[in-house]
Ligand binder design. Structure first.
Ligand code: FE2
Ligand code: FE2
Length: 522
């Protein structure tokens, strides 16, 4: 008894149980004096219905039986001249049946109400997720989980159609094992079941092991799946995939269930359309930014296509360092824009970058100019650190703020390394590589701890040797120089043996002085 009370308390059901018990006791006292034929007996419906609502079928049955017992043969039907007239067995039987039916009806109605509430809540959560996040896979994961939960199914998957290969590529899964998830390629139009779904039909299979058109019946049997319902994901531009619900037992999906899954399918389609739209906007935005950067770089021969190359290599380094997708996207924007401030720097100042002249001071303002140009664009705020701090040095001797060590934002430390590496390699300008990867790497390594974060240099060195090791071993020290930049490339062996050889070789070309470890290495 004590244990039951504790359990009820833990579940938050102790108070409802006590209230029901108290009300039943009170009604019984009333009926004891008024008789079971009186209207007071109908008051029992209240605790019975409440028990059905709170505790479900079992609660309704227990309270209705208990109430029937309390109004048993020992209760008078009525009093005539203070003399009790007893009940007939038929009265008691009818009362018992009525109590039982009312209790069960209340329980079922409550279940339906709770199910509808859960559905509404899930659909609201999914709709909120669609409007609050642009991460398609997060939204599809939530839709798969919600659909499975609301439909009380074993599992749910969402697959997107790759029209080139006719493969239904997995996008989200809930409730199924990894083995089943990775069972193999699922074909689209070529499969009888999926093909019908992709034409817009709701396809249900009562027993997957008996259905010839089902692609992996053995895997489904091993997974404990009996019935499935497949619906298309329809966007404005056509069907882009399917959503499928799996049931453990043989189950014929009702019209109501199909309608519910259709709602989830429609939400998934909206999420996919949103993601495509966002991707278009993002791509156009990136291309616009890239065009702007190219225009800026065109005025400085030494940095032709520099930002694009920095962006590509920094993205690989960020991936190797485990940065997430959002951080990497902002890093790419930051890289492509890191020298945008040069638009406000005069050509003479750009050329005077390595001299101790007043122009150099203007040159050193380009990170601040860049940051002030971009600051009004809220979307690019996370990329501002890169633009503003890509010339800070690990030892604090950089510009514009002289930040030191870990005070320099991580993204700016990453870009500083890749930026300098690119400058060493392409010191000849106009996109001509004049220094071999290995030699440029040695140059960067020699500056670790003074100019660059040694940890990042270590990872960069490892990544470049891992990815480009073969190329570094076999490539010529320099690609054929253009007629405008015909400085002699260094010998491969010499460059590898001497970390400063890249710098030495470049000193013949004024533009190649970038390779020197100076704070204004741009
Ligand atoms: Fe710069
Ligand atoms: Fe740069």
């Amino acid at each position: 008894m004590k244990m039951t009370a504790k359990k009820l308390k833990r579940l938050g059901l102790l108070w409802p149980a006590l209230i029901i018990a108290g009300v039943v006791a009170g009604i019984t006292v009333l009926v004891r004096y008024a008789g079971t034929d009186s209207i007071a007996v109908h008051l029992y419906y209240l605790p019975i219905m409440y028990a059905g609502y709170v505790f479900g079928d079992y609660g309704a049955i227990v309270v209705s039986l208990f109430s029937t017992l309390l109004c048993g043969p020992w209760m008078a039907a009525r009093y005539e001249l203070d003399k009790p007239i007893m009940q007939t067995p038929a009265d008691m039987l009818v009362r018992m049946c009525t109590f039982y039916v009312v209790g069960l009806a209340a329980s079922r109605a409550s279940l339906e109400l709770k199910r509808r509430a859960a559905e509404a809540h899930m659909l609201y959560e999914v709709a909120r997720s669609i409007t609050s996040t642009l991460r398609l896979h997060d939204v599809l994961d939530l839709i798969a989980q919600s659909a499975r939960h609301v439909m009380d199914a074993k599992g749910c998957v969402i697959r997107l159609l790759d029209e080139d290969t006719d493969e239904l590529v997995p996008a989200a899964m809930s409730g199924l094992s990894q083995e089943y998830w990775q069972k193999g390629k699922v074909v689209g139009a070529a499969s009888p079941v999926n093909g019908r779904a992709l034409t817009g039909e709701a396809v249900q299979i009562l027993d997957v092991t008996q259905e010839e058109g089902f692609q992996y019946p053995e895997a489904a049997r091993d997974e404990g799946i009996s019935s499935v319902l497949t619906l298309p994901l329809r966007t404005k531009s056509g069907t882009c995939g399917i959503i499928r619900i799996y049931a453990k037992r043989k189950h014929r999906f009702t019209e109501q269930e199909i309608q519910l899954l259709t709602t989830f399918a429609d939400q998934a389609a909206v999420a996919i359309e949103n993601a495509e739209l966002y991707e278009d906007i993002r791509r156009n935005y990136y291309e616009t930014v890239r065009a702007l950067t190219t225009a800026v770089e065109a005025k400085d021969a030494a940095t032709y296509k520099h930002s694009e190359r920095v962006s590509e290599v920094a993205d690989r380094l960020a991936e190797a360092m485990g940065l997430d997708a959002d951080e990497r996207e902002m890093l790419r924007f930051g890289c492509i824009l890191h020298d945008i401030g040069k638009i406000g720097v005069h050509e003479e100042a750009l050329e005077a970058r390595d001299t101790e002249t007043p122009e150099q001071i203007f040159y050193q303002m380009h990170p601040l100019i860049g940051a002030s140009i971009l600051r009004p664009i809220g979307f690019l705020e996370p990329a501002l650190d890169i633009v503003k701090h890509h010339h800070e040095r690990w030892d604090g001797d950089g510009f514009p703020e002289g930040l030191k060590g870990q005070d320099i934002p991580l993204s700016a430390r990453i870009v500083a390394v890749v930026d300098a590496f690119d400058r060493v390699q392409y010191a000849g300008g106009r996109g001509v590589k004049t220094v071999a990867t290995k030699a440029a790497l040695l140059e960067i390594v020699s500056r670790a701890g003074s100019e660059f974060d040694p940890g990042i240099v270590g990872k960069f060195h490892k990544m470049m040797l891992g990815a480009d090791g073969a190329q570094a071993e076999t490539e010529p020290d320099a690609e054929p120089a253009s007629s405008a930049h015909s400085s002699s490339p260094p010998e491969s062996g010499a460059a590898a043996a001497n970390p400063t050889s890249a710098t030495d070789a470049d000193t013949e070309d004024p533009a190649a002085t970038d390779a020197a470890p100076t704070p204004t290495d741009e």
